[in-house]
Design a protein around this ligand. Structure first.
Ligand code: ZN
Length: 236
């Protein structure tokens, strides 16, 4: 399950990894917390019309990657907040889909290594996803209304944080990098994906690939969750 702030984040993020795992037999689902209704430069644009355009773009891109479905939580773009309402929406998605792994934004990155500020919605979506995974989704006493509605607690086993400050895991994406680029071309409201764009994406993947001696990769910070009831603090 990929959880992101905006339409197109997942395609700039872990799309090639998702496509590889889906090709290998995994079932993937995409959750977009917002519909990107502030993602434009024209103040006369109707935000709801823009949201509809961006949802359609994301659905087309999701078809390229191979997700089984895209869920939009319709939270406000530019104002995403990690709190109980968003956590409940995410716990609902996690308990319904029951993923082994959740891929989401690294919430600890405020400034990117290469420069630039990590959007407030990215940080909010990342920390909300982490808080939904642990402990809420697995705790039967958290959101008992969802349990009563038939959504039993669920233990996610791994969290993969993309665009990481300090990567610890890499997925080689040679076979699916072109699908990622094709998925990105499904977002014409956001950028024009010219030839130079594809080269930039390949160069970006090559940079991550160089860490593991591969031609192209996507980098993550991997968090492995124990099967024990609670995460034991370090003993030393
Ligand atoms: Zn974004």
């Amino acid at each position: 399950m990929v959880i992101v702030a905006h339409p197109d984040d997942a395609d700039f993020g872990p799309a090639a990894t998702a496509a590889r795992w889906i090709d290998a037999g995994s079932v993937g689902r995409l959750v977009c917390c917002t519909s990107g209704d502030q993602g434009g430069e024209d103040p006369t644009l109707d935000p709801l019309e823009l949201a509809a355009v961006r949802e359609a773009e994301q659905r087309r891109a999701a078809g390229v990657v191979g997700y089984d479905d895209v869920r939009f939580l319709h939270q406000p773009d530019g104002a995403l907040a990690n709190g109980l309402p968003l956590r409940e929406l995410l716990v609902r998605e996690i308990r319904e889909f029951r993923p082994d792994a959740v891929l989401t934004h690294d919430p600890e990155v405020l400034f990117y290594r290469g420069g630039g500020v990590n959007h407030t919605d990215h940080r909010a979506a990342g920390i909300a996803a982490v808080d939904a995974v642990y402990p809420a989704a697995r705790n039967p006493m958290a959101f008992p209304n969802l349990v009563r509605a038939g959504l039993a607690p669920h233990r996610v086993r791994r969290i993969y944080l993309f665009w990481p400050g300090a990567p610890t895991a890499w997925v080689e994406v040679g076979p699916t990098l072109d699908r990622k680029i094709e998925a990105l071309r499904c977002h014409p409201s956001q950028f024009s994906a010219d030839e130079g764009f594809a080269e930039r994406m390949r160069a970006w993947a090559a940079e991550d690939g160089s860490a593991i001696g591969a031609r192209s990769a996507e980098a993550f910070r991997l968090v492995v969750l124990d099967d024990d009831d609670d995460q034991a603090p370090p003993t030393a």
